[in-house]
Design a protein around this ligand. Structure first.
Ligand code: CAA
Length: 249
């Protein structure tokens, strides 16, 4: 049987790399979508690093804020693999933190485009082939800060909360077609995104996490491959929290 293709947007980043590894370990043909400001050499270097670590992962350029670029990305995935995408992980995302009273329209708009509009563009391009094939997995990466809100993140919390609304609506539309749609909501995970937060703010946040530490990217990757599994067919429209107890709903 040929391998199913899994595309991870933001696949060369901190969370993305762990998600790619977990899906590859689970037997998927993995493609890491990347933007990297158009730095293709950086993506090639990442790919080489993965190869040395024993992972054959394809890379595909795509700016998730642009419909045209997403189209080109999906086309290149189909050309490289000879198959349509069976698993899409909408993982690409950015922060532009700041108190709302000082937030610019650009800070709002950039976060909405990268974190929410991106889901429209990418999912729109893969959903019909999934429905036609009678099998698919859409996994949308949200955040604990969608669930609880976060000082300094009106833009990010709004976009990430929008993600789960999208998940629940689409899950209903494709449930009978063998396609599941779920949200994964990580808490504070050891990635470059969290490292950007001022040290003293990080310490304060960490002290409020019942488990007593930030999460690891691997802890998120594991949940993504669990949802992508053949046997997870009855889980749809769910929001899985992996946050060390920071928020319990
Ligand atoms: N609740 C209430 N008040 C707070 C607060 C909080 N959590 N944090 C700060 N304040 C208060 C401060 O005490 C201060 O009050 P005074 O003016 O009375 O002294 C005031 O707000 C200003 O605080 P800052 O100096 O921190 O303000 P700033 O504008 O320089 O910085 C900020 C604001 C950049 C948003 C900073 O607070 C920050 O980095 N916060 C953390 C944001 C965060 O958690 N981002 C997550 C990024 S990782 C991610 O998003 C991944 C994921 O999914 C989890």
């Amino acid at each position: 049987m040929s391998q199913k293709v899994a595309l991870v947007t933001g696949g060369t980043g901190g969370l993305g790399t762990a998600i790619c590894h977990s899906l590859a370990d689970a037997g998927f043909r993995v493609v890491a979508g990347y933007n990297s400001g158009g730095n293709h050499d950086k993506a090639k270097a990442w790919q080489e690093e993965q190869r040395k670590a024993g992972y054959e992962i394809l890379v595909a350029y795509g700016d998730v804020t642009s419909e045209e670029s997403c189209k080109a990305c999906i086309k290149s995935v189909e050309e490289m693999t000879g198959s349509s995408v069976s698993v899409l992980i909408n993982n690409a995302g950015i922060t532009r933190d700041g108190q709302f009273k000082k937030m610019s329209w650009e800070q709002w708009d950039e976060v909405m485009s990268a974190n929410l509009d991106s889901m429209f563009h990418m999912t729109r391009l893969v959903i019909n082939p999934m429905v036609d094939n009678g099998w698919g997995r859409i996994i949308n990466i949200s955040s604990v800060n969608a669930q609880k809100g976060q000082f300094g993140q009106c833009n990010y919390s709004a976009a990430k909360a929008g993600i789960h609304g999208f998940t629940k609506a689409l899950a209903q539309e494709v449930a009978r077609k063998g396609v599941t749609v779920n949200t994964v909501s990580p808490g504070y995970i050891k990635t470059a995104m969290v490292a950007k937060i001022a040290e003293e703010v990080q310490e304060k946040i960490c002290s409020g996490i019942p488990v007593g530490r930030f999460g690891t990217p691997e802890e998120i990757g594991r949940v993504c491959s669990f949802l992508a599994d053949e046997q997870s067919a009855y889980i749809t429209g769910a929001d899985l929290s992996i946050n060390g107890g920071l928020h319990m709903s």
